[in-house]
Design a binder for this molecule. Sequence first.
Ligand SMILES: [Zn+2]
Ligand SMILES: [Zn+2]
Length: 291
Amino acid sequence: MIAITFIGSGSKGNAALIEFEKNFFLLDAGFSCKRIKEFLNLRNLDFKDLSGVFVTHEHEDHVKGLRVIFGKHPELPLFCTKGTHCALASRGIAPKSFVDLKYGRELEIANIRCFPFKVPHDATEPMGLRFDFGGRVMSIATDLGHITDEVLENMKDADLLCLESNYDEGLLRSSIYPGWLKRRIRSPMGHLPNEGFRGVLSRMSKDPQILALMHVSQESNTHYLVRETVENFFELNPARFATTRLSIAVQDKPGERLVLERPLPERIKRKILVQNTFDSIWENEEIRSVK
Ligand SMILES: [Zn+2]
Ligand SMILES: [Zn+2]
């Protein structure tokens, strides 16, 4: 089983809890230690139950709580690229244990295969993550200016796809943001607009079970617009995505727990199929006998 719950997501802070059966990790820590702890406690967990913290990049909305978290729990391992580690160290954030993640190099942690990959964003060495566990794949890419071949390669067969949906062009244009910030957001090293998911979804080798959109801006986007953009895309592709579930992470409260169950082994699938066939014959017999 793989699961992810967004503790909150948006331009003002990002953090999520990832589960691989009984192994728990934090993905980014863009909220206070207190808020993250409150969330963990709601799930009967604490920092001591975590196996580590993955940090995608050093921007404040992804690391706000890290200094206090590592101050109180220095034993927690930090999983990130060397560039992100250096950028954090220069700000005095330095845990005792650091696991160096390199683009394209697989890392195995307790049967979890983790593949860090490069994302185009204006940070030191930002990464997306692909996790392969128990026959299921979860891919995560947040804070990226466009979809590269490398991003697509790591997302195209995901069962659970977590992708940024940062801004609506019309709302960004009329937003109160200064010109330089608008240009930064729109740049190929900035953020993905609402249409960004199309570049991945239209080229996927299979339909994902869950599409989770995240990092939705409160200034230049709305959840209604995000949902409308996805629904329009689904309507234009009637032969696909019939079973894909859409989930949109919100800024100020935890989202739903998104779960990917382990696929059933073939022999059990066959057994269920035989059982169903038998049941339907039995039901038909009953209907006939009642008549
Ligand atoms: Zn960023
Ligand atoms: Zn961000």
